[in-house]
Design a protein around this ligand. Structure first.
Ligand SMILES: O=C(O)[C@H](O)[C@@H](O)[C@H](O)[C@H](O)COP(=O)(O)O
Length: 242
């Protein structure tokens, strides 16, 4: 489903309401809320809203488990780190138990750590398929999401839940949840705004199936729901707008 908002601020306010509702419902049903955060700039306003009243006090943080959808393979002190941004904007301001937060970083080799992260995931999900209650995603202006970049082998991963690989164009390692892992989620929310995203958004949502070029097309949860929160600038080329 696609929801179009006038501004990123309105979009972020809708996103925080969805986050709170997903958290409360998950804890009510299963006694915990397992979420994967996104990196990039799209979630910044959402994280700031979540870190303050009234939303801060509406989330059952003690029962919340925080993972990431992807990460640049850099130390947590590096300004490029998705975890660094989330800690500074959100996690240092809310009472999530430290033991419930799983940043994607280690001094091990990235491919070795990808297996460690997969084990951490499976531990929280008692060895079953990791079914996140909520996954937040952004979309790049090339149509990538998480670290599923165009024409990369990770797009074809069918078994593993977590993969790390060297991303040539950015000359850095990336670690990411794979499409099968993302697609096992109960709810996926994309936050996509700005004119730069308009062409890719039209291709992803209304173009020919071409996930090699537009990896966000891979996000088709088996039983979960996908919600696209977009602003008018990003939606300007779409035929079908809510
Ligand atoms: O590590 C990352 O960069 C993100 O996880 C990435 O997938 C991001 O969501 C998109 O690139 C959109 O980035 P913006 O939100 O900055 O436009």
């Amino acid at each position: 489903m696609i929801q179009v908002y006038k501004t990123p601020a309105e979009l972020s306010r809708a996103a925080v309401e969805i986050f709170v509702q997903a958290a409360q419902e998950a804890v009510q049903e299963n006694g915990r809320f397992v979420v994967a955060l996104t990196g990039g700039s799209s979630p910044e306003q959402l994280y700031k809203l979540l870190a303050q009243a009234p939303y801060r006090d509406l989330v059952p943080w003690a029962q919340t488990y925080v993972f990431w959808g992807d990460e640049r393979w850099v130390p947590l002190t590096d300004d490029r780190s998705n975890a660094k941004m989330a800690f500074e904007m959100l996690l240092h301001h809310v009472p999530v138990p430290k033991s419930h937060i799983y940043p994607m970083w280690s001094t091990e080799q990235p491919q070795v750590f990808a297996q460690v992260y997969e084990k951490q995931l499976l531990n929280v999900f008692d060895g079953a398929t990791p079914q996140f209650d909520l996954i937040l995603l952004g979309m790049g202006d090339d149509g990538h999401t998480a670290s599923l970049f165009p024409s990369t082998p990770v797009l074809h991963e069918k078994e593993k839940w977590v993969q790390a690989y060297y991303l040539e164009p950015q000359s850095m390692y990336r670690i990411t949840l794979t499409a099968p892992c993302l697609n096992a989620a109960r709810k996926i929310v994309f936050m996509t705004f700005g004119e730069k995203k308009a062409k890719a958004l039209r291709e992803v949502l209304e173009g020919e199936p071409n996930p090699e070029l537009y990896p966000s097309q891979l996000i088709q949860p088996q039983s979960g729901e996908t919600l696209w929160l977009v602003d008018e600038a990003a939606a300007q080329l779409l035929e079908s707008k809510a």
